[in-house]
Design a protein around this ligand. Structure first.
Ligand code: T4K
Length: 403
């Protein structure tokens, strides 16, 4: 039964709206029969890894889908970033947002590079050329832009800046498979882009990722760094790693690609349902994917402004958790506030005001094939109770959860 009053809410002792947890991740599943068939093939061939036929097919099919000359599949998105840094021979400092998943910055640390945190534009949630330019120093070797939520991270502006200053540009497009900017795939900007195929992404190989580039020579270096195997040798490559994707991952990835358009359409449908509620109630908290973007709509983001919604993001989160809706606070509190970066850069807060403000406001709500329109209606019904009874809710939640 739909909840109507504050006392119906789980946080005040009501029965949770959902018996099973409702997750933020996409967790999309290809048809079981097709998966079984693919695995029968792997068993029959007894060929499990080391650039098998399915991985090579996925490389090819993704290159076609993304409109780039080369795709190199790897174990996951984090390894893709680590491989990228070594293949590009980066050194010294790399300018990077703090408003990102920690893996973006940790990959730089693994590669022996120093992150220089750049603030974001509060509208786009991304860094821009204007924000990055003052951070360039003689030690800067690259800018690593992140296409947060799959929204393009000022690619043309950053490209102009990097060309002018003679530094490399690469992108973390972990969220961006299926996204375009001005009709162009995000894969084609910069020297290369990396993607994540984690289970929570719209395109999944359970774990997985890839590097995409139009630069054939860079692609060869990527292939070499990705593989500790000595059969492929090239000139000076700093360090190698085992980042090879398995055949099992590739099987899942190939089936995901077949279903990708369907899953994106599904996300759009669910996203619109959230948005309809947002517009009807004039909450204005919904972060849209308008303009020149084509988006995979993989993240449903509410910008919780307490002045409009009446309660804070953390209060809404606590209400959702009590209903078994496992909403998430990506990317709280900003990587620069996490150890070891808070110890290395104790004054970073001063130069990252938008990062801090945005990280304290956003809440990601469930999307993906595992939920339906009815689930969205039940979630927005909970939000509606919060919105309509915000004053009383604030008082009753004190002093447990404030900010
Ligand atoms: N760059 C950026 C900008 C990224 O966002 C990421 C990863 C990366 C780089 C690195 O890419 P990878 O190395 O991961 O390929 C999740 C994902 O693990 C991570 O891939 C993603 N970004 C990040 C935004 O979200 P967590 O720690 O928040 O996820 P987790 O495990 O808590 O799962 C989310 C929800 O899904 C939970 O409610 C549990 C549920 N779940 C999860 C998995 C894995 C399931 O129900 N089944 C599952 O199999 O990081």
């Amino acid at each position: 039964m739909t909840k109507r009053r504050l006392d119906d809410l789980g946080i005040f002792g009501g029965k949770p709206e959902f018996q099973e947890p409702v997750h933020v991740g996409q967790l999309n599943l290809p048809p079981w029969e097709r998966f079984e068939e693919a695995f029968r093939g792997i068993f029959a061939r007894r060929y499990f890894t080391n650039h098998g036929p399915l991985v090579r097919e996925l490389d090819r099919r993704l290159a076609e889908y993304l409109g780039v000359r080369n795709v190199v599949c790897v174990t996951n998105g984090t390894v893709a970033l680590m491989v990228a840094c070594k293949a590009m021979d980066l050194h010294g400092e790399v300018i990077v947002p703090s408003f990102t998943f920690p893996a973006t910055v940790q990959a730089l640390s693994w590669a022996g590079l120093t992150p220089v945190f750049c603030d974001i534009d509060p509208q786009t949630h991304n860094i821009s050329a204007a924000l990055a330019e003052p951070l360039i120093s003689p030690r800067t070797s690259a800018i690593l832009g992140v296409h947060v939520w799959g929204r393009a991270c000022d690619p043309a502006g950053l490209q102009r800046l990097c060309n002018a200053r003679g530094i490399r540009l690469f992108f973390d497009a972990a969220h961006g498979l299926g996204c375009e900017h001005d009709g162009i795939s995000l894969a084609t900007w910069g020297d290369l882009a990396i993607y994540s195929f984690h289970a929570t992404k719209v395109f999944s190989s359970a774990e997985g990722g890839c590097l995409a580039t139009d630069d054939d020579r860079l692609a060869e270096r990527v292939r070499t760094v990705r593989n500790f195997h000595v059969a492929e040798t090239f000139d000076r490559v700093p360090l190698r790693i085992n980042g090879k994707m398995t055949e099992a991952q590739a099987a899942m990835g190939l089936l995901s690609l077949e279903n990708l358009d369907h899953w994106i359409r599904r996300n759009v449908e669910l996203y619109r349902r959230y948005a309809e509620w947002d517009v009807k109630e004039s909450v204005g908290a919904f972060v849209d994917y308008a303009g020149s973007q084509r988006s995979n709509h993989q993240y449903c983001i509410f910008d919780v402004d307490p002045a409009r919604l009446g309660i804070s993001r953390n209060q809404l989160l606590a209400v959702m958790r009590a209903e078994n809706v496992l909403a998430r606070r990506y990317f709280y509190p900003g990587v620069h506030r996490l150890t070891p970066y808070n110890l290395l850069f104790p004054d970073a807060d001063l130069s990252l005001p938008a990062t801090i403000a945005i990280s304290e406001r956003l809440l990601q709500l469930p999307l993906g094939d595992g939920i339906d329109l009815g689930t969205v209606d039940r979630i927005t019904a909970i939000m509606e109770i919060c919105y309509r009874h915000a004053g009383e809710l604030r008082v009753r939640m004190e002093p447990t959860i404030q900010q």
